[in-house]
Design a protein around this ligand. Structure first.
Ligand code: ATP
Ligand code: MG
Ligand code: MG
Ligand code: MG
Length: 437
């Protein structure tokens, strides 16, 4: 992408309304624009990153055996009356009336709808296990939308729903999601800690929140240092095998959110093992049994032919919140430092002197070679001061900067800078290309 053709509305000033660094940087880097409280447009740079996060989430869901579908954002109140949640959900639900005065709502979550889909088609234990997920916009009319996309009112969520014949099988489905989550957050460059969590209004008795430690997090969390460097399950982990040893390893060290905190158990840890911190909830998994299948009549026949309500779990990931969480975890004074897996472009190519024939032609050549090799390049081909160009590249946080100017070219050299470390290499044009491919 040539910067001259891109839409990157950078802000030089620090926006006053932004209280935390990720929100400030997303606004300054031209990634989002607020349209109403807690409702954002995703500008091109933000949209690229959002899609990359979404794709990693999708790949790991698929790897674990979950199946993607897409349910609508607008739902009918009828379904929510069946589960009893239409009245119980309260003011966070955005209620809408259509022209026929039918009560509708903008979905805050999809347990009812997916249970309805399930009951319309599945009758037997032979069709289980089943895990259906979608990645769709949600709306929750939060009392205090804040911190940008971290607590939006409209936000993108991955929500998966598992269906099993009994509690034991449902536990296996839970373990598959648990492992998929460990892998997902690791691929996003994050250290997410599974912590025992309250099940809240969704109900049930088995639940973990996946938490990123960050001083700006909204939850108080407690864990043992031992959980911080457990190994992440590899990409060939067998999702059809027994995952309980992995889950046991990750649930043995103490780790709990505020609501589930057991001060006595925590204080029994040696003092140098205790981590008491703040955290961002990026994912949440629940087993809730027959809470929805019971009242909604989602029954399946077991091997004995007897019909019984199906056992369910639900599994959320805050896809849009993750963008804020990644920036909270990875930035410096100058701006964002994207992990390679979600970086909007791999390389920022900077032409220090547009209009200089030699510099222009070397830059054009580099842009073409890298692009043809499948490397995503943002090419700063606009006329501007070097200082401003460097500041913009640091702000938007691409992993590599490739700097080309007439002085270096006299010696046949370009400069390659690694954003994360600031390390600079002076190389020939060919060596720089080889380095980036
Ligand atoms: P929170 O405690 O932050 O209000 P929640 O527990 O209400 O979140 P869940 O119902 O567990 O949220 O939804 C699954 C995931 O969706 C959360 O783990 C979080 O990552 C994300 N999420 C929830 N609410 C928001 C929001 N208002 N803005 C952005 N992401 C959100
Ligand atoms: Mg909430
Ligand atoms: Mg929560
Ligand atoms: Mg939650």
């Amino acid at each position: 992408m040539r910067l001259s053709r891109f839409f990157l509305p950078i802000l030089r000033e620090t926006p006053k309304e932004a209280e935390i660094v990720s929100h400030r940087l997303m606004l300054r880097a031209g990634m989002i624009r607020q349209q109403s409280a807690g409702i954002y447009s995703w500008l091109p740079l933000g949209k690229i990153v959002l899609s990359k996060i979404e794709q990693i989430v999708r790949e790991e869901q698929n790897r674990s055996g979950a199946i993607e579908l897409l349910m609508p954002t607008i739902q009918s109140a009828e379904l929510w009356r069946e589960s009893g949640r239409y009245d119980a959900y309260g003011k966070e639900m955005l209620r809408i009336e259509d022209r026929h005065e039918r009560e509708m709502l903008y979905g805050p979550t999809n347990e009812e709808m997916v249970t309805d889909i399930f009951r319309s088609a599945v009758r037997s234990y032979r069709d289980l296990p089943l895990n259906l997920y979608h990645i769709q916009w949600k709306f929750r009319d939060e009392v205090r939308p804040r911190f940008g996309v971290m607590r939006g009112r409209e936000f993108l969520m991955k929500d998966a729903y598992s269906f099993d014949i009994d509690r034991e099988r449902a536990r296996e489905a839970y373990n598959r999601m648990f492992v998929a989550y460990l892998r997902t957050f690791d691929r996003l460059g994050l250290k997410a800690i599974p912590m025992r969590a309250d099940t809240g209004p969704i109900g049930g008795d088995l639940s973990h929140e996946f938490i990123i430690l960050a001083s700006t997090g909204e939850s108080a969390v407690f864990c043992s240092k031992d959980i911080l460097d457990l190994p992440i399950p590899p990409d060939d982990v067998d999702f059809r095998g027994d995952l309980s040893p992995i889950v046991t390893a990750w649930t043995t060290p103490y780790a709990a959110t505020d609501e589930m905190h057991d001060a006595a158990a925590f204080e029994a840890l040696p003092e140098d093992k205790r981590v008491s911190a703040r955290g961002i909830e990026v994912g949440h998994i629940f087993y809730f049994g027959t809470k929805y299948s019971g009242p909604m009549g989602a029954n399946v026949a077991g091997p004995d032919g007897v019909e019984q309500p199906v056992h369910m779990g639900s599994y959320g990931i805050g896809v849009s919140r993750l963008m804020g969480a990644i920036i909270e975890a990875s930035h410096d004074e100058a701006g964002i430092i994207w992990p390679e897996s979600v970086a909007p472009f791999a390389v920022g190519l900077i032409n220090l002197k547009t209009g200089d024939q030699k510099t222009d032609s070397v830059c054009d050549g580099l842009y073409e070679r890298l692009t043809n090799a499948g490397v995503a390049v943002l090419f700063d081909d606009v006329d501007g001061r070097a200082g401003a160009k460097f500041a913009t590249m640091d702000l938007i946080g691409l992993p590599w900067q490739l700097v080309v100017g007439p002085k270096g070219l006299e010696r046949g050299e370009v400069e390659l800078k690694r954003r994360a470390t600031g390390e600079r290499l002076t190389l020939s044009v060919d060596a720089a290309v080889n380095r980036l491919m």
